[in-house]
Design a protein around this ligand. Structure first.
Ligand SMILES: [Mg+2]
Length: 400
């Protein structure tokens, strides 16, 4: 089987941008933080900081303890990440078309027919790395993975970091994956890892040996089947491409059936929907909120707006829509609809929401890696603390 996909992942993106911008930071342990507070988490750590055990998601107080001379940079005081993102996309596009942008520092490209032999694909990957180095900056390292599908190409990029260039071809599967931890795979966070552990699966080798049915059971649905097929090199069309909306609803426990409780749950549902939507690579152009009272009476409200993907703006829109219609609300829900792919959103819109979008994406990264709600908006905190185990936020209703 020939190589078909190239995946590019910038290494320590936010920290590298800071080191590129400010030569005095180069070669030093740097962590990028959303706000200057010991109680928040690092969004990114330079490789010098990683040597002290500091990673994305490390608590800032802990990071300072691990490395007393750590340099902290507040992300909100800078606005050049999008420019770097655009510059990187342009460099990649000068070598081959970008098929899909997955995040601020990740993109995937389909290889042309004449690039599918390993030596040609590796040469192309090396060219892209060198062009980024030359045209974007010498601090801007990336890992390039090449494989049979986008998923395995991303995994190939994980095999060598930083500055990796790895091809994962049919004959490498699955044994070359075995050195990866379960959580090295995109999509396996701590809670998913716990599900594998509960099924007695602790290693990648064991995961790769599971049957399709066993994978389905561990994942609790069709995702397990997608994983099984993707691990074997199959290209699985993500069922999200036709997506028109992402929605979440929740029936609240009695102690939250107050206007304030409903508002907190509504915020949590929106946070989750927005994260999911960004993960799928979309902006929303419409929002609906709805509620039901204990007497099953219904209320809903809708509005449309310019494409938007950041949690803060969406939260403001929701707050203008939601008017606490019931004294005893029983169920609330939110839908983000009329979704548009990120690549179809124009630059000026990017500019308007750049800071908020950047923070939202950074929060998603932390929550995906360390478990949901590692970082949340203060407005949804109340829903989290009230009987966490009773709130089935894992149950997602998505209308496609
Ligand atoms: Mg990265």
């Amino acid at each position: 089987m020939a190589l078909k996909w190239l995946f590019l992942d910038m290494n320590a993106f936010f920290a590298s941008v800071e080191q590129q911008e400010n030569p005095r930071l180069r070669g030093k342990p740097v962590a990028v933080v959303p706000v200057m507070s010991d109680s928040t988490c690092c969004i990114a750590a330079s490789y010098e900081a990683k040597r002290f055990g500091i990673k994305t998601g490390t608590n800032v107080g802990e990071a300072r303890r691990l490395c007393p001379h750590l340099i902290l940079i507040e992300t909100t005081s800078h606005s050049h990440y999008r420019e770097y993102h655009n510059a990187i996309v342009n460099v990649v596009e000068s070598c081959l078309p970008v098929t899909e942008i997955w995040s601020v520092d990740e993109m995937v490209c389909k290889l042309w027919a004449n690039e599918k032999r390993a030596e040609d694909a590796l040469a192309l990957g090396q060219k892209i790395k060198s062009e980024i180095f030359r045209n974007v900056g010498e601090q801007m390292c990336c890992s390039v993975g090449l494989s049979l599908n986008p998923f395995l190409a991303k995994v190939a990029g994980e095999l060598q970091k930083p500055n990796g260039l790895v091809a994962l071809d049919e004959e490498d599967l699955p044994h070359r994956l075995y050195k990866l931890k379960l959580t090295d795979f995109p999509g396996i966070n701590r809670s998913m890892e716990a599900r594998f552990h509960a099924a007695g699966v602790r290693t990648t080798e064991h995961m790769c040996a599971l049957s399709q049915e066993q994978m389905r059971r561990v994942w609790g649905g069709v995702m397990g089947e997608y994983w099984w097929r993707q691990l074997r090199g199959e290209y699985v069309q993500r069922p999200t491409n036709e997506r028109r909306s992402v929605s979440h609803t929740h029936v609240m426990p009695p102690e939250l059936r107050t206007p304030a409780g409903a508002a907190a749950v509504q915020c949590r549902l929106l946070e989750k929907a927005a994260e999911r939507m960004r993960g799928l690579g979309f902006y929303a152009r419409g929002m609906g909120v709805f509620a039901r009272g204990v007497a099953h009476d219904k209320w809903e409200n809708h509005c449309r707006f310019a494409p938007c993907a950041d949690t803060w703006t969406l939260m403001e829109i929701m707050q203008s829509l939601f008017h606490h219609p019931f004294r005893q609300p029983k169920q609330v829900g939110v839908a983000l609809y009329d979704l548009v792919p990120v690549k179809n959103v124009t630059g000026s819109l990017f500019d308007d929401y750049e800071r908020r979008w950047r923070l939202s994406v950074a929060m998603d990264g932390i929550n995906q890696r360390f478990g949901r709600h590692t970082i949340t908006m203060a407005s949804s905190r109340r829903a989290e603390t009230a009987k966490e185990d009773k709130i089935a936020f894992g149950k997602i209703a998505e209308i496609v």
